[in-house]
Design a protein around this ligand. Structure first.
Ligand SMILES: Nc1ncnc2c1ncn2[C@@H]1O[C@H](COP(=O)(O)OP(=O)(O)O)[C@@H](O)[C@H]1O
Ligand SMILES: [Mg+2]
Length: 389
């Protein structure tokens, strides 16, 4: 089997890998997974689905019970585990920096083990610190105690990069940080990765994080792949309810005022055709206690305006059609309007807003109730996050 594998340097390949712990727990179940050189792949899934076990098998901190794992096309079971670990970077949550070593010494741990000359290590440490926006003069000689949580994790990432390994494993590296530091480090990782093009296997349980940083997302469930794809593919076509619920919650808590209005458009109850008499429509509105109605050409679907009760009443007493009573100023266009636009318009006047496509066809309305529901759900998912954090 070894001979036929021609994978390039920096690729990681799982073939039918199973891991059963000694107590009988099957943590990983016939897993097939390919991670290509230079790709940042997130493994995500609920607690206990096998993310950490999968990661640890790559550098042989755990060994597969069945199946094959290759790194750089070589079966890892035929490589020396210590050497293997030195050529794979590893970052974990609440990184264990050596407390009695300086920042520079911590970053230089692996280069030292590899026997690099002191001068080369020093230059590399300085280069990495500068890359992460930490001035070497200021930070080289600090001890871990003198760093913030975010800075410690940053040093942990630099330590993993120090000997320039092609493959880096990260197990919830930013999981213990406050949201602002977490987002800063995510952004730094993305910008570092643009230049470095490492093969990164990144474990997280935070879908927002996975969506922000990954080239590809692998959703695990009970030790198997439930779905994999780019962030767009996963978001646009979740395979089943499991995936949907997994992205749903986080998507909601990530929802921002700049998001498009599409997700909250509803079909309205009140419509009228332009040729209907205002008197007829007025009767219908009064019966149903409506304050406005959308006037739409039933054949073309063109939106002709929104008719407000007072104007319809006036048109009715003048014996006109309902079209005489419409207003055409207040509307939003799908594809350009944001939730913020909708919120601003509704705060001016709490009457549903018609939404049109670029050709003026009526799509639906946005109501203040829909916006309120969104806000409530977002608050609720925020509380849930805070509770599980
Ligand atoms: N050393 C171990 N011995 C026995 N069971 C383990 C061990 N490590 C993990 N497990 C079990 O294996 C499953 C997967 O664990 P893990 O890979 O840590 O999941 P995740 O990182 O996705 O939370 C869980 O059921 C966990 O309890
Ligand atoms: Mg884990």
């Amino acid at each position: 089997m070894n001979g036929e594998i021609t994978a390039e340097k920096g690729s990681v390949l799982f073939k039918k890998v199973t891991k059963t712990y000694s107590d009988g727990t099957r943590a990983v179940d016939r897993l097939d997974l390919e991670i290509r050189r230079g790709e940042l792949v997130s493994l995500i899934g609920p607690s206990g689905c096998g993310k950490t076990t999968t990661l640890k098998m790559i550098n042989r901190l755990e060994e597969p019970t069945e199946g094959t794992i290759t790194v750089d096309g070589m079966d890892i079971l035929s490589t020396d585990p210590v050497k293997l670990r030195r050529r794979i970077g590893y970052v974990v949550q609440e990184i264990a920096l050596f407390p009695h070593l300086t920042v520079a010494e911590n970053i230089g741990v692996v280069p030292n083990l590899l026997g690099w000359p002191a001068k080369k290590t020093r230059a590399r440490v300085n280069e990495l610190l500068s890359m992460a926006g930490l001035s070497p003069e200021k930070y080289r000689f600090r001890l871990p105690d003198q760093l913030s949580g975010g800075q410690k994790q940053r040093i942990g990432v630099l330590r993993a990069l120090a000997s320039d390994p092609q493959v880096i494993l990260m197990d919830e590296p930013f999981g213990a940080l406050d949201p602002i530091s977490r987002e800063t480090l995510q952004n730094e990782l993305v910008s570092l990765q643009k230049d470095l093009k490492k093969t990164i296997v990144f474990v997280t349980h935070d879908m927002g994080e996975a969506l922000r940083i990954s080239d590809r997302i692998v959703i695990l469930r009970k030790g198997r792949v439930e779905q994999e794809g780019t962030p767009e593919e996963i978001q646009n076509s979740p395979k089943n309810d499991f995936v949907r619920s997994f992205i749903g919650e986080d998507r909601l808590s990530r929802m921002s005022p700049d998001d498009p209005v599409e997700s909250i458009i509803e079909d309205p109850w009140g419509k009228a055709a332009p040729w209907e008499s205002a008197a007829e429509v007025l009767e219908r509105m009064e019966e149903n206690d409506r304050e406005f109605i959308q006037v739409i050409d039933p054949k073309s679907g063109q939106w002709l305006g929104m008719a407000l009760l007072g104007r319809v009443r006036r048109a009715a007493s003048a014996g006109e059609t309902v079209l005489k009573g419409v207003n055409r100023d207040r509307k939003l266009y799908a594809g350009e309007a944001t939730l913020r636009d909708a919120a601003e318009m509704l705060s001016d006047r709490d009457i549903s807003i018609p939404v049109l496509d670029g050709d003026g066809h009526f799509i639906g309305v946005i109501t203040s109730t829909a916006l309120a529901r969104l806000a409530v759900e977002r608050l609720r998912s925020g509380t849930k996050e805070a509770q599980t954090a």
